[in-house]
Write a protein that binds this ligand. Structure first.
Ligand code: ZN
Length: 451
């Protein structure tokens, strides 16, 4: 865990993952039995309590997983859930043109819009095996902070573990920034509301609030400094878009005479409690700086490909010591919005970038989607199947992959699929491929009507 970050993990886990809780059968267990990988998995009271060949105990609830693969719940490290409203936007454009077309449409964004878009986006992620979602919400039209309540309501309805990135921007058109003036906020207003949300989330077991200024072409250096200080003061994570496009680099060179990583490092913005969205255009020195700081990177391979932004140097970052996770980014630049497909895309892009098939193996790619993402968020109780870890668990039907020597190779390289069953903190949220307790049909109808 990041030394400076105080997340919810302490309240959920009573002991470290290496020792794990005592499996004495005092609390009734759910036991997933017969999976081809990694064997049986038992959990109780929100945590994994046993792995491997598990002897039955009275009171067990057994789940037949014959022919299935069981994985940790995947962790999405970068998203903009509200963009489900804008799938298919600017299909022939790169980032700045695509954004310039979208900002005017986002000026009327309401709490209900955000709720319905987030409900569908979170449901798609959960049905696809992603149990933890970081959402970077930077759009506060005319100061309407109710949009954040829309996100929290959606996460509560669907049942995801939710990291709310309270985004902000202060650099509107009139000051040389990209967004229209009426979707940016005064710095003081952003800071006050971030602190308020952070305090509210203290009573929400599955919610964390992250301080998340948008990007260098929408947020001033004053805002970057102030939010960085606030994150430290609150013990919250810090996140921003960085080095996504060459246009961003041109913007910062012209305005500040420095490249994006230099600028953020120069204000003390990097640290082990920071992770960066995209981080594509990095020099060898940037990669060393990020690695030495222990700063994480959210790699969004499909969105980067869709917007022709380039390829994040994932293997170099990992070598430098930086944690790397995966993100689906918003559905306006990656219309699928699911994470398993991103493991395959991350593998493909790493191999194309390096020219070496050995540069990323299927297990490496799955590790990015699970433990790499957890490391970005500063969580050492998520992203792995081991005693003591949170019971965020996914069962994948995999009879059609039985011809693969390695089940994980089959899961990553084989046909795309949805999860059969999913638990978050030991609570079942997907059963037989359907959400448990959440009807999202109203939200789908809202999105189709709005177009
Ligand atoms: Zn993004």
């Amino acid at each position: 865990m990041h030394p400076a970050v105080t997340s919810k993990q302490g309240s959920e886990r009573m002991s470290t993952p290496t020792t794990g809780p005592v499996d004495n059968g005092a609390v009734p267990r759910t036991v997933l039995r017969g999976a081809v990988w990694p064997g049986d998995v038992a959990f109780a009271d929100g945590r994994i309590v046993a792995m491997g060949d598990i002897a039955p105990l009275p009171g067990d609830t057994d789940v037949d997983c014959t022919g299935c693969i069981v994985t940790p719940g995947m962790v999405n490290t970068h998203h903009h859930l509200f963009q489900w409203l804008n799938r298919g936007a600017g299909v022939g454009q790169e980032l700045f043109g695509w954004l310039s077309g979208l900002y005017p449409q986002w000026r009327e964004l309401s709490r209900e819009d955000v709720f319905h878009a987030a409900t569908v986006g979170l449901a798609e992620l959960l049905l696809g095996g992603c149990t933890t979602v970081f959402d970077h919400h930077y759009l506060v039209p005319q100061g309407n902070v109710e949009v954040f309540d829309g996100l929290l309501d959606a996460a509560d309805l669907v049942g995801s573990r939710f990291y709310l990135g309270r985004g902000c921007m202060d650099l509107g058109n009139s000051r040389g920034g990209l967004p229209p003036d009426d979707v940016v906020e005064p710095i003081d207003a952003s800071l006050a509301h971030i602190a308020e949300l952070h305090a509210r989330a203290a009573s929400m077991p599955l919610v964390d609030v992250v301080v998340a200024p948008n990007s260098l072409f929408t947020s001033s250096l004053d805002l970057m400094k102030a939010t960085r200080e606030l994150a430290t003061e609150l013990g919250a994570g810090f996140h921003l878009h960085l080095a996504e496009s060459l246009e961003e680099e041109e913007f910062t060179l012209e305005r500040y005479g420095a490249r994006p990583v230099e600028l953020i490092d120069g204000i003390g913005g990097l640290g082990s409690d920071t992770w960066l969205g995209h981080a594509i255009h990095l020099s060898p020195a940037d990669i060393r700086t990020i690695g030495q700081a222990g700063t994480g990177v959210a790699h969004c391979p499909s969105s980067n490909a869709r917007l022709a932004m380039g390829i994040c140097p994932v293997t170099d970052l990992l070598e430098s010591g930086a944690p790397v996770g995966l993100g689906v980014d918003g559905a306006a630049s990656y219309e699928v919005g699911r994470l398993l497909t991103e493991t395959k895309m991350a593998l493909y892009l790493a191999r194309l970038r390096s020219g070496k098939a050995s540069s990323m193996l299927p297990q490496d790619a799955l590790d990015l989607a699970t433990q790499g993402g957890a490391a970005c968020l500063g969580r050492d109780d998520l992203g792995q199947l081991a005693a003591g870890y949170a019971a965020d668990v996914v069962v994948w039907q995999a009879d059609d992959l039985a011809d693969f020597d390695s089940p994980v190779d089959g899961l990553v390289l084989g046909p795309d699929r949805l999860a059969r069953d999913v638990w978050v903190a030991g609570r079942q949220v997907v059963e037989g491929g359907r959400l448990v307790g959440a009807d999202i049909s109203r939200s789908r109808a809202w999105l189709s009507k709005r177009r």
